[in-house]
Design a protein around this ligand. Sequence first.
Ligand SMILES: Nc1nc2c(ncn2[C@@H]2O[C@H](COP(=O)(O)OP(=O)(O)OP(=O)(O)O)[C@@H](O)[C@H]2O)c(=O)[nH]1
Ligand SMILES: [Mg+2]
Length: 293
Amino acid sequence: MHKSGFVNIIGHPNVGKSTLMNALTGEKLAIISPKVQTTRHRIMGIVSGEDFQIVYSDTPGILKPHYLLQETMLNYVKTALSDADILLYVTDVFEKIENIDENILSEIRKLTIPKILIINKIDLTNQENLEKIVQKWNEKLPNTLIFPTSALHKFQLSNLFEKIISLLPESPAYFDKESLTDKSERFIASEIIREKILLHYEKEIPYSVEIVIEEFKTEGNLLKINSLIFVMRETQKGIIIGEKGNALKRVATEARKDMEKFFGKKVFLQVFVKVDKDWRDNPKSLKRFGYIE
Ligand SMILES: Nc1nc2c(ncn2[C@@H]2O[C@H](COP(=O)(O)OP(=O)(O)OP(=O)(O)O)[C@@H](O)[C@H]2O)c(=O)[nH]1
Ligand SMILES: [Mg+2]
């Protein structure tokens, strides 16, 4: 018998969805940052064995959309809610249960597939508080398995993996057994650059940036990557570049090191900054950047 299925990870921003998917796949497929709205796409992470294949999907944090980009982000979440074989709804020990949108919870209650509630970041609380949180969630989402975890410290993850395997439906594999993700190497490269921007810039800057990989080619032992960083306004360009170009240099150096680790090759990385006025609300730009078809 072969088991396979879509295990979709949804939840509010910053609870640790991407950290969890990376830990469950053992690969850094999704970028991570302390800022909300780090993930903008649905990213699949595939784990295969001889008689099983788990297709995880990491998704953007659930939010109220204020611009077109955020609407597309929320659409990824909605699709993931509808095509899951198993749902992992992630919260953390800080999230105020009272503030969670009832619509989302009632959507989850309606689902008839196996549902697992992950209470993440338990390394940041104590047993007594955790028990209170578990009790509150038990009332909010009955018929849902509750799994306290620490994705960061990989605590409880092998139990979670065993549980997922036991719940997977019988099915042939959906992807090649060697595949790690549905995303391209270009996509991963662009995300690595965006992660450095999330880490090193404040306020609206990370949310105004999009990355395009213009060239991605192997020349012998060298991987040559040309990238464009798009911002929404001219003033943001100066901020990204920084005094004497130092801020941008830091982004490029750190991104290159991560790329070398991920691709296992020496990387020659070039970055240029351009303005695409208000791209977040422009359907043509969102299409070019791969958010809509
Ligand atoms: N202490 C602790 N921190 C964690 C844990 N899991 C994730 N984090 C941290 O929480 C922050 C957010 O993690 P992400 O994985 O990017 O969260 P996310 O839910 O994917 O966020 P969005 O993509 O914005 O929706 C990062 O700083 C992580 O290092 C955990 O188990 N314990
Ligand atoms: Mg994320």
